[in-house]
Write a protein that binds this ligand. Structure first.
Ligand code: FRU
Length: 328
């Protein structure tokens, strides 16, 4: 239980079923543990908009000091964030956006740029005037990254005279939204050169469909997220499942840093844009080494933290014992 003099950070997470969001939570927990006096509570909305609204209302009535929200969808989550702001609770929006500008700060990568990066990867890996047929698989249309990734991708591709997006699948970020749709599209169109899926999970599903039709060597697949670890995008690029993935950093640590700064009375920027990069065969080894190192450091920090916690617990029980012995 938090003490009176601790700062309460409440985080409303859209869902925690996938590794990208697990990693976001973990990064937040690690970062919070490095700031004594700060306490983080994570509420998991399980991809249910009305649950997310209810949980944010609970955080507001618990009088938390800072609210962090990763909205499932933009429009329906906007009013409850306004409610938090009106209650005097500064609110940091992370990853997916809300409508308007009534929030304290935003943190996340530029999703229009991510879409453009994916398209530019195709442009720079094709010969001039080479005719290319593409398929786009979008994330949930009502969440801002899907809209923005699509916007950036289409902007670049439409300027290429030799490229055509022959089909677009309205996915929902999860694998299950891809399979049957893509199967029937591949049955009805000609040769497809590239598939751009708005995240690596859907890209993986696209590859499974392609393989079931013996097309996995002729269709190049690009995803987004570039997670480190088993079945993450980096591994998929290494295994030649994906031609490339565009890194989408979770921003978990950065969000907590912003919350801490705010509560310590520092000024923070309204827009905190994280950088992104295309990961392909050329740089995948370097990226993996970087993540290995970072991961090792995080594990060290977590281990040290648990040793400290043990020592604090030992100290507390010994000093309680001492108080009893001296009759306090
Ligand atoms: C995780 C996720 C990511 C995607 C992000 C967009 O839940 O689906 O794969 O990049 O959300 O908000």
């Amino acid at each position: 239980e938090p003490e009176q003099d601790e700062f309460q950070i409440g985080f409303s997470q859209a869902m925690t079923t996938d590794n990208w969001r697990k990693e976001m939570n973990r990064a937040m927990q690690v970062e919070t543990s490095m700031h004594p006096g700060f306490y983080l509570e994570i509420k998991d909305a399980q991809n249910d908009v009305s649950r997310q609204i209810k949980q944010i209302e609970e955080l507001i009535s618990n009088e938390i000091d800072v609210l962090i929200v990763s909205p499932i969808q933009s429009v329906p989550i906007t009013p409850v964030i306004e409610k938090a702001m009106n209650a005097g609770i500064p609110t940091i929006v992370i990853d997916r956006k809300i409508e308007g500008s009534n929030y304290t700060a935003y943190v996340g990568a530029n999703n229009v740029e991510i879409g453009k990066n994916a398209a530019n990867y195709i442009v720079s890996n094709s010969k001039p005037n080479q005719k290319l047929e593409l398929i786009e698989i979008t994330g949930l249309q009502t969440s801002s990254p899907a809209f923005e990734r699509s916007q950036g991708f289409n902007e670049v591709i439409s300027n290429q005279g030799n490229m055509d997006i022959v089909a677009s699948i309205a996915g929902d970020w999860e694998k299950t939204s891809v399979g049957d749709n893509l199967k029937s599209i591949l049955d009805s169109v000609g040769i497809i050169d590239y598939i751009f899926a708005h995240n690596d999970r859907m890209a993986m599903s696209a590859w499974e469909v392609a393989r079931s039709k013996n097309l996995e060597d002729s269709i190049q697949i690009i995803g987004v997220d570039g997670l480190f670890g088993p079945s993450g995008g980096i591994q998929l690029v290494k295994e030649d499942v994906l031609a490339a993935t565009v890194l989408y950093p979770t921003g978990g640590a950065e969000a907590i840093k912003l919350a801490v700064k705010l509560l310590e009375g520092d000024q923070i920027d309204k827009n905190n844009i994280l950088s992104t990069v295309v990961i392909d065969k050329v740089n995948v080894e370097i990226m993996q080494n970087q993540f290995n190192k970072m991961n090792q450091q995080q594990n060290d920090i977590e281990q040290q933290q648990s040793i400290i916690n043990e020592q604090v617990a030992t100290y507390n029980s010994q000093s309680n014992l001492l108080k009893i012995m001296v009759g306090l």
